[in-house]
Design a binder for this molecule. Structure first.
Ligand SMILES: Cc1cc2nc3c(=O)[nH]c(=O)nc-3n(C[C@H](O)[C@H](O)[C@H](O)COP(=O)(O)O)c2cc1C
Length: 386
């Protein structure tokens, strides 16, 4: 499947009904951005230069495994639902014509493998209902799976780009895909770098508390690549969030993605900032420990690339791991590539459970581990292990 080129995106919006010119520009801009994110994430090197910290986490080998490799049970419970494996296809897309097929492929893979799945930010469809289909297709493809709706925290407060989303729209995002949970993404690093980013935060905490209180499903707080500190995690827990997706440093860098977009449009400020902040954030391994300290269920996302990474994340306290970019590139290649990627990943995870003497994936959460190197240094300096 071809990813959208910027030229093909210039063709214009898929508005359901004519909107005032100024508004139409903003809506078209959101859709164009979605296409650019897909193209850049698929084609350019946008991984952070800094690792997520997995290499510093050593699991203890058990020379006497306890159950047959094939009998290892990867299933886990998350927010009251059972998944066949502790993996969520992370929020990526929707709101662009090309996103429809990608979400359909990802949804079918989630259904085949019994995984959870998130859709990308639904703001585009709330403002242009004609695009709702590009998200809804995920539910059609994955009728039985835990599906997570997605909205940006920055869009919950007034911005220069427009009015905040109101509670009715938040409910609409959930019903649009029959979601079992809602993720509110915290992406202020991206907003800062993005040429047209939303950089106001006045009233943010009150807005988050209101969304959590009024949403018809559990709400997950989700960073998108800069990670969560213990302080942020505790504050989010206090606001009533039911789970934390740490979205740490070590995988896709949205500073790098926005730098590429800014460069293409001649925005030197965005390009320069994106380059400088490409590796900004808290590594995913450190973020998992920070978030696990709240007692809330934790999703480890950001640079999870193998089943062994996933096992290490779970040993640090994660309940699930999230994977985004590798599954996007696999989905663009086709459904077989998606199956191959997921099966390899789950096999690697199964081996880690087997070799640490466990019987179930959840056993990894109490398996002995040694933390070394930079990750140890972060955790010691911040006092997260105490
Ligand atoms: C193309 C693309 C689009 C994304 N869009 C969203 C989004 O709309 N909402 C969100 O919460 N996260 C979004 N993300 C972030 C991912 O969910 C994930 O947190 C991040 O990419 C780190 O995971 P990775 O290193 O496995 O890619 C997007 C990621 C990619 C690659």
């Amino acid at each position: 499947m071809r990813v959208p080129s910027n030229e093909s995106l210039d063709a214009g919006g898929a508005e359901a009904a004519p909107a005032p010119v100024a508004v139409q520009f903003v809506h078209g801009q959101v859709m164009q951005r979605k296409g650019e994110h897909l193209a850049i994430a698929a084609q350019e090197n946008v991984e952070s230069h800094v690792g997520a910290g997995w290499r510093d986490v050593h699991l203890l080998h058990e020379a006497l495994p306890r159950v047959d490799l094939a009998a290892v049970d990867l299933s886990v419970e998350f927010l009251g639902r059972r998944l066949r494996a502790p993996l969520i296809i992370s929020a990526m897309t929707g709101g662009h014509p090309a996103a429809r097929e990608i979400n359909a492929r990802l949804g079918r893979a989630a259904q085949r493998h019994g995984l959870a799945m998130g859709v990308g930010s639904q703001r585009a469809a709330l403002r242009s209902p004609g695009l709702a289909d590009t998200y809804r297709v995920a539910r059609e493809a994955a009728p039985d799976q835990l599906l997570v709706a997605n909205l940006g925290a920055a869009q919950l407060v007034p911005q220069d780009s427009g009015e905040p989303l109101h509670p009715e729209q938040v409910r609409e995002a959930v019903t649009m895909i029959g979601a079992d949970a809602l993720a509110i993404h915290l992406n202020f690093l991206e907003e800062v770098v993005q040429t047209e980013g939303d950089r106001r935060v006045t009233g943010l905490r009150e807005a988050l508390a209101a969304v959590v209180a009024e949403a018809p499903v559990p709400v997950i707080a989700k960073e998108t690549g800069a990670g969560l500190s213990r302080r942020a995690a505790v504050e989010l827990a206090g606001l009533g969030f039911r789970a934390l997706d740490v979205g740490g440093l070590g995988g896709t860098s949205f500073a790098a993605v926005e730098a590429a977009r800014a460069r293409a449009r001649g925005d030197r400020r965005g390009a320069g900032l994106g380059d400088i902040y490409r590796d900004w954030g808290i590594p995913t391994a450190v973020s998992v420990v920070a978030a696990a300290g709240t007692g809330l269920p934790v999703i480890a996302t950001g640079g999870v690339r193998t089943g062994l990474d996933a096992a290490r994340a779970m040993a640090l306290g994660a309940h699930l791991v999230g994977v985004a970019r590798p599954l996007l590139t696999a989905a663009l290649e086709g459904e077989t590539a998606l199956d191959v990627w997921i099966e390899r990943f789950l096999e690697e995870l199964r081996v880690a459970v087997f070799l640490t003497g466990g019987a179930r994936a959840a056993d990894l959460r109490s398996t002995p581990k040694v933390i070394t190197g930079e990750t140890r240094r972060w955790l010691d300096d911040l006092g997260y292990l105490g």
